[in-house]
Design a protein around this ligand. Structure first.
Ligand code: 9WN
Length: 557
């Protein structure tokens, strides 16, 4: 199963081809995941893309993230799609006229001119911003890149931690499978089964113009996706937790007084974390008007100046090279400290509310990155590292199953004898998905948890290095396993990249090197496929897929 390491000439050719894919998918301000299937900007795609693009053009990588952040909502959410107005409405479903962000999302502070979706995707952005900074710190400082993105990223994390802690245990819940990014993973089957599907005739699936039906989610899945998104939209994109007081509460603007000590910690980390300002729309409008000042952040000159004054001191202790680009405060062994913050409240109105291991692990990795960024900007960052460690403890407490040696999704509306009870405790969903292995990228995992994850990755359910070339998205032995259907078995390059980092972080250099070689080999032979058969590496879905090309570039470095 081991792929040979590519020679120098081969690596250079692969690098050129990957850069060529990204150049072809670049629109001038961001990169589309795939011109035919996904012709707009996607949130977590852009984060992965920026991580690779930084090796080709740090400037473009910064722009990629800035374009996305320009579409941030006033309540802090980063929408999962930013629509390109020059693309015909029927090129992708659901289109802007479905989401109606500027009207339905007005109370939540949706931008007035840029059209977006109203749901989110995994928070890989602070991690990406830090890695992009590290690619060219001089350029980054000269452009005030971190100074400008830091408040927006802080507002994004605050949105998730305040408005989306629907289970009251400190973790973030997704309210739609598209939010977690692994759309039709079998873990969603049970929670989705309670959702009445929208009639198939009420929408047209543009994805089937580009993808084989047997590689894509089913019509029944789509009916349920549409129903959930419609209900969320018709509720004004309001979130259900009791911390959700609307745009005008302390959620974005203020930083104090909320459960879990989030505000106090932000203050300790420099106090410039309130950058959402509930004016995502104004920012987007300004940008359209050509008033995008490269040298000034959305928070005005006062804060900008203050941060600049202290700007470069931070590089002394938490530089880009520390712990090989990993982002933890420190690698831990032994038991985790502290408990999850937050008081009890229910899943509000959300019909679908699931705590997912990968989504939360990426938030934690990004919180560590935000600590690094805060430090670079002159704060200590220690409170953010501490919060990341508390979130890691909550992740283990709520989603870890020691008998199975992996993390599972918690369906907040599942298995509860009394659906009216608050807080909802829900139940773990007994489906093994690759999402449950992604927390391996966390530095603060208890040692025995990391070791068990590596065993599970190599064991019969995922077979990495024994049965499979890349880890499948779902249990090889699971009833729903299908090696070609999207997130129900195929291997994906973003999850492989995350697992490669995790193996390396936890000391399995040999395993990480082998996985890296396999990713490079299969990206090459599959022509940068969207996803592949985990056994054979055969291409599925689109080719010339942006994050595949971008993460290839990163692994070539
Ligand atoms: C819905 C863009 C996105 C990825 C997701 C992937 C797929 C969209 C779709 O494509 O989802 O967001 O239409 O299927 O599942 O992870 O971000 O590449």
């Amino acid at each position: 199963f081991g792929a040979p390491a590519p020679g120098t000439a081969h690596r250079a050719a692969l690098r050129r081809r990957a850069a060529h894919v990204l150049a072809g998918n670049w629109t001038g301000t961001s990169t589309v995941p795939s011109p035919g299937l996904y012709p707009h900007q996607w949130s977590w795609d852009s984060a992965f893309i920026a991580i690779g693009l930084r090796h080709v053009s740090p400037r473009r990588a910064q722009t990629e993230l800035e374009t996305l952040l320009d579409a941030q909502w006033g309540d802090g959410r980063i929408p999962h799609i930013v629509f390109n107005p020059s693309v015909p409405l029927d090129a992708y479903f659901p289109s802007p006229d479905f989401w109606r962000s500027s009207t339905a999302g007005r109370a939540a502070g949706a931008p007035r001119t840029v059209q977006t979706s109203g749901i989110v995707q995994p928070p890989v952005h602070a991690l990406a911003a830090w890695l992009v900074h590290c690619a060219d710190p001089g350029l980054s400082r000269a452009r005030g890149f971190l100074t400008r993105v830091y408040p927006r990223l802080a507002a994004w994390h605050r949105y998730l931690l305040h408005r989306r802690d629907l289970g009251g245990g400190g973790l973030v819940a997704v309210v739609h499978p598209w939010e977690q990014g692994m759309d039709n993973a079998p873990s969603w089957d049970a929670p989705l089964s309670r959702v009445a599907p929208a009639p198939a005739r009420s929408f047209r699936r543009a994805d089937l113009d580009h993808g084989a039906p047997e590689d894509r989610p089913t019509d029944l899945d789509y009916g349920r996706y549409v129903r959930l998104a419609t209900d969320y939209r018709d509720g004004g994109y309001r979130d259900g937790g009791y911390r959700d007081g609307g745009v005008r509460d302390g959620g974005v603007r203020g930083s104090g007084g909320l459960p879990g000590g989030y505000g106090a910690e932000e203050a300790a980390d420099g106090g410039y974390g309130d950058g959402g300002e509930a004016d995502g729309g104004h920012r987007a409008d300004r940008r359209r008007d050509g008033d995008r000042r490269e040298d000034r952040g959305p928070d005005g000159d006062r804060r900008d100046g203050r941060v600049r004054d202290r700007g470069h001191q931070g590089a002394l202790g938490q530089d880009c090279g520390q712990d090989g680009g990993h982002l933890g405060g420190r690698k831990r062994d032994g038991r985790h400290a502290g408990g999850p913050g937050g008081g009890g409240h229910g899943a509000g109105g959300a019909e679908f509310a699931v705590e997912d291991p990968a989504f939360n692990a990426l938030l934690i990795a990004s919180e560590h990155a935000l600590a690094r960024i805060a430090y670079e900007l002159g704060a200590t960052g220690t409170a953010r590292h501490a919060r990341a460690e508390r979130l890691t403890a909550a992740l283990v407490e709520r989603l870890w199953d020691p008998a199975e040696g992996m993390f599972f999704c918690r369906d907040l509306r599942g298995g509860d004898p009394d659906p009216g009870r608050r807080p909802l405790t829900g139940a773990l969903v007994p489906e093994r998905g690759v999402s449950g292995l992604v927390p391996l990228l966390l530095p603060g995992l208890p040692r025995e948890v990391a070791a068990a994850l590596v065993r599970t990755l190599r064991g019969p359910h995922f077979g990495l290095g024994t049965a499979t070339r890349l880890a499948p998205s779902y249990d090889l032995l699971g009833e729903a396993f299908d090696p070609h259907r999207y997130w129900r078995g195929p291997a994906w390059f973003n999850t492989s990249w995350l697992l490669e980092r995790g193996l390396r972080l936890h000391g399995d250099e040999t395993g990480a090197d082998a996985l890296r070689r396999a990713v490079l080999d299969i990206a090459d032979t599959s022509d940068f496929a969207e996803y592949v058969d985990p056994y054979t590496g055969e291409a599925c879905g689109a080719t010339g897929f942006s994050w595949t090309a971008a993460l290839t570039l990163d692994l070539l470095h």
